[in-house]
Design a protein around this ligand. Structure first.
Ligand code: ZN
Length: 157
Protein backbone atom coordinates (compact mmCIF):
# COMPACT_ATOMS: atom_id res chain seq x y z
CA UNK A 1 0.00 0.00 0.00
CA UNK A 2 1.06 3.55 -0.60
CA UNK A 3 0.43 5.45 2.58
CA UNK A 4 1.07 9.00 3.56
CA UNK A 5 1.59 9.89 7.18
CA UNK A 6 0.10 13.34 7.68
CA UNK A 7 2.41 14.01 10.62
CA UNK A 8 5.41 13.69 8.34
CA UNK A 9 3.93 16.41 6.19
CA UNK A 10 3.54 18.99 8.89
CA UNK A 11 6.90 20.67 8.39
CA UNK A 12 7.47 20.09 4.73
CA UNK A 13 6.43 18.01 1.78
CA UNK A 14 7.79 14.53 1.32
CA UNK A 15 8.74 12.41 -1.61
CA UNK A 16 7.47 8.88 -1.95
CA UNK A 17 9.38 6.58 -4.25
CA UNK A 18 9.16 2.87 -4.57
CA UNK A 19 7.44 -0.14 -5.93
CA UNK A 20 4.24 -1.84 -5.00
CA UNK A 21 3.42 -5.45 -5.87
CA UNK A 22 0.68 -5.44 -8.45
CA UNK A 23 -1.29 -7.92 -6.35
CA UNK A 24 -1.58 -5.27 -3.64
CA UNK A 25 -3.18 -3.00 -6.18
CA UNK A 26 -5.93 -5.56 -6.64
CA UNK A 27 -6.83 -4.32 -10.11
CA UNK A 28 -9.34 -7.08 -10.72
CA UNK A 29 -8.42 -7.07 -14.38
CA UNK A 30 -8.78 -10.44 -15.98
CA UNK A 31 -7.68 -10.02 -19.55
CA UNK A 32 -6.02 -12.66 -21.69
CA UNK A 33 -4.26 -10.00 -23.74
CA UNK A 34 -2.82 -7.97 -20.90
CA UNK A 35 -0.95 -9.32 -17.94
CA UNK A 36 0.52 -7.41 -15.06
CA UNK A 37 3.55 -9.24 -13.79
CA UNK A 38 5.82 -6.52 -12.54
CA UNK A 39 5.33 -4.12 -9.64
CA UNK A 40 3.91 -0.65 -9.99
CA UNK A 41 6.59 2.03 -9.71
CA UNK A 42 5.71 5.33 -8.13
CA UNK A 43 7.51 8.59 -7.68
CA UNK A 44 5.33 11.08 -5.86
CA UNK A 45 5.65 14.43 -4.18
CA UNK A 46 3.23 14.91 -1.32
CA UNK A 47 2.46 18.18 0.37
CA UNK A 48 0.01 19.38 2.93
CA UNK A 49 -2.23 22.27 1.96
CA UNK A 50 -4.54 24.09 4.38
CA UNK A 51 -7.29 21.50 4.27
CA UNK A 52 -6.07 18.96 1.78
CA UNK A 53 -3.23 16.75 0.71
CA UNK A 54 -1.79 17.30 -2.73
CA UNK A 55 -0.04 14.43 -4.46
CA UNK A 56 1.76 14.89 -7.77
CA UNK A 57 4.10 12.66 -9.67
CA UNK A 58 4.22 9.62 -11.84
CA UNK A 59 2.93 6.07 -11.80
CA UNK A 60 4.34 3.39 -14.06
CA UNK A 61 2.92 -0.08 -14.46
CA UNK A 62 4.73 -2.47 -16.84
CA UNK A 63 2.32 -4.56 -18.90
CA UNK A 64 2.93 -7.79 -20.80
CA UNK A 65 0.54 -7.64 -23.72
CA UNK A 66 -0.54 -9.60 -26.72
CA UNK A 67 -1.45 -7.43 -29.70
CA UNK A 68 -5.19 -7.62 -30.27
CA UNK A 69 -4.65 -7.51 -34.06
CA UNK A 70 -1.57 -9.61 -34.81
CA UNK A 71 -1.24 -11.54 -31.53
CA UNK A 72 2.43 -10.60 -31.21
CA UNK A 73 3.66 -10.44 -27.63
CA UNK A 74 5.08 -7.15 -26.48
CA UNK A 75 5.65 -5.17 -23.32
CA UNK A 76 4.63 -1.64 -22.65
CA UNK A 77 4.36 0.72 -19.73
CA UNK A 78 1.11 2.16 -18.55
CA UNK A 79 2.43 5.53 -17.50
CA UNK A 80 0.65 8.34 -15.74
CA UNK A 81 3.33 10.99 -15.95
CA UNK A 82 1.57 14.08 -14.68
CA UNK A 83 -0.55 12.40 -12.10
CA UNK A 84 -2.14 14.74 -9.58
CA UNK A 85 -4.39 13.96 -6.71
CA UNK A 86 -6.16 16.42 -4.45
CA UNK A 87 -7.43 14.85 -1.27
CA UNK A 88 -9.62 17.02 0.94
CA UNK A 89 -9.19 16.57 4.68
CA UNK A 90 -12.33 18.52 5.50
CA UNK A 91 -15.91 18.48 4.28
CA UNK A 92 -18.14 15.86 2.72
CA UNK A 93 -15.48 14.47 0.38
CA UNK A 94 -12.76 14.14 2.96
CA UNK A 95 -10.53 11.13 2.72
CA UNK A 96 -10.41 8.51 5.46
CA UNK A 97 -7.50 9.04 7.83
CA UNK A 98 -6.36 6.16 9.95
CA UNK A 99 -3.63 6.58 12.55
CA UNK A 100 -2.62 9.84 10.85
CA UNK A 101 -2.24 7.96 7.57
CA UNK A 102 -4.01 8.34 4.27
CA UNK A 103 -4.02 5.33 1.98
CA UNK A 104 -3.38 6.36 -1.61
CA UNK A 105 -3.88 2.85 -2.98
CA UNK A 106 -7.59 3.15 -3.92
CA UNK A 107 -6.92 6.35 -5.87
CA UNK A 108 -3.97 4.81 -7.64
CA UNK A 109 -6.06 1.77 -8.53
CA UNK A 110 -8.89 3.89 -9.89
CA UNK A 111 -6.69 5.98 -12.16
CA UNK A 112 -4.67 3.01 -13.39
CA UNK A 113 -7.92 1.28 -14.33
CA UNK A 114 -9.17 4.37 -16.15
CA UNK A 115 -6.06 4.32 -18.29
CA UNK A 116 -5.93 0.58 -18.77
CA UNK A 117 -5.76 -0.31 -22.47
CA UNK A 118 -8.82 -2.08 -23.83
CA UNK A 119 -7.35 -3.36 -27.07
CA UNK A 120 -3.56 -3.48 -26.85
CA UNK A 121 -1.71 -2.90 -30.13
CA UNK A 122 1.97 -3.68 -30.73
CA UNK A 123 2.11 -0.41 -32.66
CA UNK A 124 -0.63 2.12 -33.41
CA UNK A 125 -0.81 1.20 -37.10
CA UNK A 126 -0.47 -2.55 -36.67
CA UNK A 127 -1.76 -4.13 -39.87
CA UNK A 128 -2.88 -7.29 -38.16
CA UNK A 129 -2.27 -10.84 -39.23
CA UNK A 130 -0.70 -11.17 -42.67
CA UNK A 131 -3.13 -13.87 -43.77
CA UNK A 132 -6.04 -11.48 -43.62
CA UNK A 133 -4.44 -8.28 -44.82
CA UNK A 134 -7.46 -6.26 -45.71
CA UNK A 135 -7.16 -3.49 -48.28
CA UNK A 136 -10.13 -1.27 -47.59
CA UNK A 137 -10.36 0.43 -51.05
CA UNK A 138 -10.54 -2.90 -52.85
CA UNK A 139 -13.10 -4.23 -50.44
CA UNK A 140 -15.28 -1.23 -51.22
CA UNK A 141 -14.90 -1.60 -54.99
CA UNK A 142 -15.78 -5.24 -55.11
CA UNK A 143 -19.54 -5.05 -54.52
CA UNK A 144 -19.78 -2.43 -57.28
CA UNK A 145 -18.09 -4.81 -59.72
CA UNK A 146 -20.56 -7.49 -58.79
CA UNK A 147 -23.44 -5.16 -59.53
CA UNK A 148 -22.09 -4.41 -63.02
CA UNK A 149 -21.53 -8.11 -63.62
CA UNK A 150 -25.14 -8.77 -62.74
CA UNK A 151 -26.31 -5.98 -65.01
CA UNK A 152 -24.24 -7.44 -67.86
CA UNK A 153 -25.92 -10.78 -67.32
CA UNK A 154 -29.33 -9.14 -67.37
CA UNK A 155 -28.52 -7.45 -70.70
CA UNK A 156 -27.59 -10.79 -72.22
CA UNK A 157 -31.01 -12.23 -71.52
ZN1 ZN B 1 0.19 -6.07 -33.80
Amino acid sequence: MIKVNLRHLEDQGIRLQGEMPVAALDLGVNDDLIRTEKPLRYDLAVELLNDAVLVTGSLTLPLACECSRCLKKFTTDLKLAGWALHLPLEGDDKVPVENDCVDLTPFVREDILLDFPQHPLCKPDCAGLKSKTARPPKAVEKPAVDVWAKLDKLKLK
